[in-house]
Design a protein around this ligand. Structure first.
Ligand SMILES: [Zn+2]
Ligand SMILES: [Zn+2]
Length: 243
């Protein structure tokens, strides 16, 4: 199969021909239908971060259809639509048992960071890493939720955002736009701040179903926050980079 692999910083990914992975007893193979590009992967290419080994197939925001199931897998069959959780958690350690799989003490890997990821025709993961998809969601809609979306949901849950609170989202990139939507869902008044004029000009509003405001950084941003909060300051601010 073809896989877009990282070999070294400063070089584009190369399209390599690699063996089709075979799922182990508790694993599934997913035919990748959509994969998002995370800012972290761009930082692999520019040399800021590095994966655990090279070459590495990147891609940790993936959705697709189940293509093969291991001998011990129950509940999944070929053709099922699924999103992939990229932490290949063990499911049995004390953190996994309380729902904090991102802190797993014995992960099998993390897609794109320490296990071959989803910029490929197929990816193999433990079946517990799959999330079933409703028919009305497209693979393209779902893939970016697997990292950008979950990061935003987690950040706002940690901030315990409540209705009516003013939330300032610094940076209107992938995570920032997801944070705008999640803050709106929680009933907050949202100000999205971005240095990028194109994103300010309407991206944050249109793509998120109308957030409170979008503003530039510096004084304009501060004024927008004051107006939105009718004098109150923000209850929560989150910096998502990639502005
Ligand atoms: Zn990511
Ligand atoms: Zn675990």
């Amino acid at each position: 199969m073809l896989a877009a692999r990282f070999h070294a910083a400063g070089r584009p990914l190369s399209l390599d021909d690699v063996p089709v992975p075979v799922p182990g007893p508790d694993e599934v193979r997913v035919r990748v239908r959509a994969a998002g590009v995370c800012g972290t992967e761009l930082h692999f290419v520019d040399g800021l971060y590095a994966p655990a080994r090279v070459p590495m197939t990147l891609g940790h925001e993936a959705a697709g259809t189940v293509d093969a199931v291991g001998s011990q897998v129950g509940g999944w069959k070929v053709g099922d639509r699924a999103a992939v959780y990229y932490y290949l958690f063990c499911g049995g350690c004390r953190w996994c048992l309380v729902g904090r799989q991102n802190l797993c003490l014995a992960p099998r890997g993390v897609l794109a960071f320490a296990a071959d990821g989803a910029f490929a025709e197929h990816v193999v993961v433990p079946s517990r890493c799959l999330v079933r998809l409703p028919e009305q969601l497209s693979f393209e809609q779902v893939a970016p939720l697997c990292c950008a979306g979950t990061t935003a949901v987690h950040a706002l849950a940690e901030a315990d955002v409540i209705p009516g609170e003013v939330v300032v989202v610094l940076g209107a990139g992938g995570v920032g736009l997801a944070a705008v939507q999640e803050a709106r869902r929680r009933g907050a008044v949202v100000v999205a701040v971005s240095r990028n004029p194109a994103r300010r000009a309407g991206g944050a509003h249109r793509r998120c179903g109308g957030c409170g405001r979008s503003a530039g950084s510096g004084r304009r941003g501060v004024r927008a926050v004051r107006r939105s909060g009718r004098g109150r300051g923000p209850g929560a601010g989150r910096d998502h980079g990639h502005a």
